[in-house]
Design a protein around this ligand. Structure first.
Ligand code: DX5
Ligand code: ZN
Length: 218
């Protein structure tokens, strides 16, 4: 069970300190938004390169961008440990996943709430993780969509049939109140933004979330 705090809810003027505050987490989740694939705009490759140079833990890049076929592999080349593209934006996802792996990162596919998983199951051999969004991508602090849990179960079952080590990530509205149902449904990597950076002690929040997830592993 791994916890990946989203720095979208951190203080953008102090990102180095904000990364140090979650050094007990497994990953630092970095949300790249381009104001086209999603309505919001965050940060891009130059900032990610700077974060990589100071982060005490590996970086999990969630790319909410158009044309990931072109723009995602450079994040892997820069040293991100995991690079997630959205299937809704990818022109040739098989080739893209291969490019990400060839550049040295784990390759991950994200699916929005309205996107079914089944049509993409045949991509699993190319993937190291599937991200099931539990909010519409674009903003932190939104309400958790419990109705995505059947999709998490579906992905977990497909991953079980496929074999190999493919992680199932959830992102959006994950907190102490919602992480248990995610774990029970089969998620094993949990992104949490406001639940971690909104807490008085982010490191304690990470430990609490991990303990709850472990207690409810499927
Ligand atoms: C939303 C982002 C999330 C976001 C999660 O589009 O992908 O990573 O930061 O924030 P919370 O945990 O506050 O829902
Ligand atoms: Zn995210």
């Amino acid at each position: 069970m791994q916890i990946s705090p989203s720095i979208l809810s951190a203080d953008f003027a102090n990102l180095q300190d904000e990364l140090a505050a979650i050094r007990n987490a497994d990953w630092a989740h970095v949300d790249v938004m381009d104001a086209h694939f999603v309505p919001n705009l965050t940060l891009g490759l130059p900032v990610v390169e700077s974060l990589l140079s100071v982060s005490p833990i590996p970086i999990d890049c969630h790319l909410m961008i158009e044309d990931p076929d072109r723009w995602a592999p450079p994040y892997a080349e820069a040293g991100a440990g995991s690079v997630t593209f959205h299937i809704e934006a990818a022109a040739d996802p098989r080739r893209l996943a291969r490019d990400i792996r060839a550049a040295g990162a784990r390759a991950s596919m994200a699916i929005k709430p309205g996107t079914p998983f089944a049509p993409y199951e045949d991509l699993l051999p190319e993937l190291d993780m599937v991200l099931v969004m539990t909010v519409e991508p674009g903003f932190g602090g939104q309400s958790f969509m419990a109705d995505m849990m059947p999709k998490v179960r579906e992905v977990r079952e497909a991953v079980g049939r496929h074999g190999g080590e493919i992680w199932v990530q959830v992102d959006g509205g994950v907190s102490a109140a919602t992480i248990e149902q995610c774990a029970e449904a089969g998620a094993d990597v949990f992104v949490a933004g406001s639940a971690v950076y909104g807490a008085d002690d982010p490191a304690l929040a990470v430990d609490d979330l991990r303990r709850l997830a472990n207690a409810h592993a499927c």
